[in-house]
Design a protein around this ligand. Structure first.
Ligand code: SAM
Length: 279
């Protein structure tokens, strides 16, 4: 009879965020498949677990899935963990789960942390319906296309984001989705944990100047949530051009537009210079 594949969630920062059952499973399986053996060894050392580790990551996933399937067929038990959080959530795991089902092995989830769930519950936005979109594409054109695709989804939108792309993504979100309420959840469960709330305009201005570091989840209010969605979705640039067309010089137009957008003149100037709001 085939063995069992356990999908074991591990902490997303704070090493204490792991269940008794997860620790028991990691102690008792025949082998633990992990993304980075050095990383997972630190977690195991913290809990004095000395079990065998094998690396399993996106570059050797197909090959390893075959090898693990053979082990499962021999009746062995395998635990899959990722570097952080729930395996398979924007991490390897999916192919192995498919393979395990194909060969009739039992697949057992051992629940724990997932960054997007914790960002959602702490965001203060409605969470009765969620759309988790993983990472937004890194290329601007693709990112804007993806945002246009999800614009009308009637659910709170959640994305993983890298710190160096945060500002650009916030700006694209503002342009494509409108000025919705949002939250940037950073370094959850870690020393520098913070949840910054605001509308997309405020957040894109904040992260234009703030140095964003660490791991980030972006949570955005659903389409048509109501009063908090600003109806005027024009960009700063467009508004500046409109005011210029009314016969004002550039600096006057920028000053007036900045006031309307609730920005200081220097913030508006930097945004305009950086073409952050340009289509
Ligand atoms: N499997 C993980 C999970 O269950 O959430 C996700 C892995 S994905 C490769 C890594 C991304 O998750 C990070 O770039 C960040 O967007 C998000 N993330 C992971 N840990 C986080 C944390 N402690 N705080 C905020 N975001 C986090």
């Amino acid at each position: 009879m085939p063995g069992t594949l356990y999908l074991v969630a591990t902490p997303i920062g704070n090493l204490q965020d792991i269940s008794f059952r997860a620790l028991e499973t990691l102690k008792n399986v025949d082998v633990i498949a992990c993304e980075d053996t050095r990383h997972t060894r630190k977690l195991l050392n913290f809990y004095s677990i000395t079990n065998k580790l094998i690396s399993y990551h996106e570059h050797n996933e197909s090959e390893r899935a075959e090898e693990f399937a053979q082990r499962l067929q021999l009746g062995e038990s395998i635990a899959i963990v990722s570097d952080a959080g729930t395996p398979g959530i924007n991490d390897p795991g999916f192919r192995m789960v498919q393979k395990a089902h194909e060969i009739g092995a039992a697949v057992v989830p051992v629940p724990g942390a997932a960054a997007f769930v914790n960002a959602a519950i702490a965001s203060g936005l409605p969470i009765d319906s969620l759309f988790f979109g993983g990472f937004l594409p890194s290329r601007k054109g693709e990112r804007r296309k993806r945002l246009a695709e999800v614009k009308a989804v009637p659910a709170t939108l959640i994305f993983y984001e890298s710190p160096h792309r945060l500002c650009k993504s916030l700006t694209d979100c503002l342009e494509i989705l409108g000025n919705r309420q949002a939250a940037v959840a950073r370094e959850l469960t870690k020393l520098h944990e913070e949840i910054v709330r605001g509308n997309l305009r405020e957040l894109s201005v904040k992260y234009l100047s703030a140095i964003s570091k660490g791991e980030i989840v972006l949570v955005i209010e659903r389409s048509g949530e109501g009063k908090s969605v600003v109806k005027d979705e024009r960009s700063l640039n467009e508004r500046v051009k409109e005011i210029e067309a009314e016969g004002n010089d550039h600096m006057t137009a920028l000053k007036k537009a900045a006031k309307e957008f609730g920005l200081s003149k220097s913030e508006a100037y930097r945004i305009f210079q950086g073409q952050y709001y340009m289509r």
